[in-house]
Design a protein around this ligand. Structure first.
Ligand code: DX5
Ligand code: ZN
Length: 213
């Protein structure tokens, strides 16, 4: 069986103890750390930017999976790359310059991800085939942790694997040990989970349950 990667989201972390939180995830079996960057514009919430990514970079060796929920992400790609992001994912809906943004991420030496919101069909990213390394399928409306999984994401994952067999398919939103089963069966490679990991005392057990390890 293929290895399922887990990318815990620090959105639900205790930001006053961010170093311990990230180190605890590293110890508990996280493969990547998912950093949700929100601008209060593309989504109705504001989180953090480059300085926090730079601080996390100093605490852990795990790859940093930076999910940009910001308008015109091309304005900030270079700065997130310099801050220590390893994978930079932005939203198809957030820019008119999709190809340019993907090329810019690669020019910075980083892996490029493209994300679609629940109502955007997966076919909308086909014109950019060959320019991205990862597709991030949102299984909630982006903006907040702790929302309920939208089941139509399962079919979208299956379709994404068919259309782009050589890229990683990541899923984000409402992932827990129950919902993860169907997304793993549909072919997802990387699972993002925030509240299901951060809000329980035994994070290692939560990660193992979510990944069905
Ligand atoms: C939502 C974020 C997610 C969020 C997931 O917009 O992109 O990464 O942290 O949180 P849960 O797992 O609680 O749905
Ligand atoms: Zn995210």
């Amino acid at each position: 069986m293929k290895k399922i990667f887990i990318s815990p989201s620090i959105l639900s972390a205790d930001f006053a103890r961010l170093e311990q939180e990230c180190k605890s995830l590293e110890k508990c079996g996280a493969d990547w750390i998912h950093c949700d960057v929100m601008d209060g514009n593309f989504v109705p919430n504001i989180t953090f930017g480059m300085p926090i990514v730079r601080s996390i970079r100093r605490c852990v060796v795990l790859p940093l999976d930076v999910h940009l929920m910001i308008n015109e992400p091309e304005r900030y790609v270079k700065q997130f790359a310099e801050a220590g992001a390893d994978i930079i994912t932005f939203h198809l809906e957030a820019t008119k310059n999709v190809s340019e943004t993907l090329r810019l991420i690669h020019a910075c030496g980083k892996k490029a991800g493209i994300s679609v919101k629940p109502n955007t069909p997966i076919g909308a990213i086909t014109p950019y085939r060959g320019l991205f390394d990862l597709v991030l399928i949102m299984s909630v409306e982006p903006g907040f942790g702790g929302q309920e999984f939208i089941p139509s994401a399962v079919e979208k994952i299956r379709r994404a694997k068919e259309l782009f067999p050589n890229v990683l398919v990541e899923v984000d939103g409402g992932i827990n040990p129950e919902t993860s089963k169907s997304v793993i069966d549909a072919g997802a490679d990387v699972l993002v989970a925030g509240s299901a990991i951060m809000s329980v005392p035994d994070r290692q057990a939560a990660i193992n349950k979510i990944c069905h390890r």
